[in-house]
Design a protein around this ligand. Structure first.
Ligand SMILES: Nc1ncnc2c1ncn2[C@@H]1O[C@H](COP(=O)(O)OP(=O)(O)OP(=O)(O)O)[C@@H](O)[C@H]1O
Length: 273
């Protein structure tokens, strides 16, 4: 049984207005998706393809117009749009902007401690758990008294990951979670996430527009095409049948442009030293 299941989900938004008519624009069109236990499913697509809409629906933050969303075999939300407390703990998210996702008044300690306090932890057990989580994301527990916003973007994002892991989730929705980081920090955070997933068996829904991030990270790759995720075997295969994937491939820069052979421009790979 899948951990997260979306079946034939539709979602439209009313757009326009002000001077023109407001029209319903369909963002998700019979979208289906599964994430298994401990599985990393990447959802890829250009800007505006509906990835974040799908993520919000998977997190129970938005209600689909039609279709089914299930977590662990049960409807994600009840008839009145409420989520069971255990499910709320089991599904956590990390978003693109760690500065927007944390209070500038909070110390690093408070950022991680916040969900734990809600869960009733306090005193020495709270301090020990915060320290343990900081160590898991390779942050120096000695720096926890500093204001979180004095951290670098990469450190702050690791703090957000520690906060998301605090209640031992079973599913982590990572919506462009490493997109704002530099390449080295991205690689470090992705390696860290892979380690955490293997150790704790957490399922990932990893949303990105950046194809390069998928190498060695995702178990399965889905690409948003016409409002629904389409599974692809090899996202790097040349001449993909899915136009959105072809555009994402074209947007991928070579890691070392000078080394790409290009006879028409006379580029040559340097001779070995
Ligand atoms: N609350 C809303 N009201 C109206 N339109 C919305 C709303 N949320 C999203 N949209 C529209 O739905 C479409 C899909 O947006 P969404 O944020 O899901 O795309 P995305 O693939 O995540 O893009 P990006 O990578 O740029 O974040 C866009 O055209 C967006 O303007």
């Amino acid at each position: 049984m899948s951990l997260l299941e979306l079946r034939q989900v539709d979602k439209s938004y009313r757009q326009g207005g002000l001077f023109g008519p407001r029209e319903a624009v369909r963002v998700l069109d019979r979208a289906s998706l599964d994430v298994g236990r401990g599985e990393c499913v990447a959802l890829l697509g250009p800007s505006g393809a509906g990835k974040s809409t799908l993520a919000r629906i998977a997190l129970g933050l938005e209600w689909p117009d039609s279709g089914e969303v299930r977590f662990d075999g049960m409807p994600l939300l009840d008839d009145r749009g409420r989520m069971a407390a255990a499910t709320r703990r089991a599904i956590q998210a990390v978003f693109q902007d760690p500065y927007g996702a944390t209070s500038p008044r909070f110390s690093a300690f408070e950022v991680i401690a916040e969900p734990l306090r809600y869960a009733g932890l306090s005193g020495a057990p709270l301090r020990a758990r915060v320290r343990e989580l900081a160590e898991q994301v390779e942050l120096d527990p000695g720096a926890l008294s500093r204001l979180a916003h004095r951290f670098s973007g990469g450190q702050l994002q690791r703090l957000c990951i520690a906060r998301a892991l605090a209640l031992q989730p079973r599913l982590l929705v990572l919506d462009e979670a490493v997109s704002s980081l530099d390449l080295t920090t991205q690689a470090r955070v992705l390696a860290l996430l892979t380690g955490l997933r293997r150790r704790h068996g957490v399922g990932f829904l990893f949303i990105t527009h950046d194809l390069r991030l998928l190498r060695g990270f995702a178990d399965r790759v889905l690409v948003m095409e016409d409002g629904r995720p389409v599974e692809v075997d090899d996202p790097f295969a040349p001449e993909p049948a899915i136009p959105a994937l072809a555009r994402l491939q074209a947007a991928m820069l070579p890691a070392r442009p000078g080394l790409r052979p290009g006879p028409s421009r006379g580029h040559k790979a340097p001779a070995p030293q």
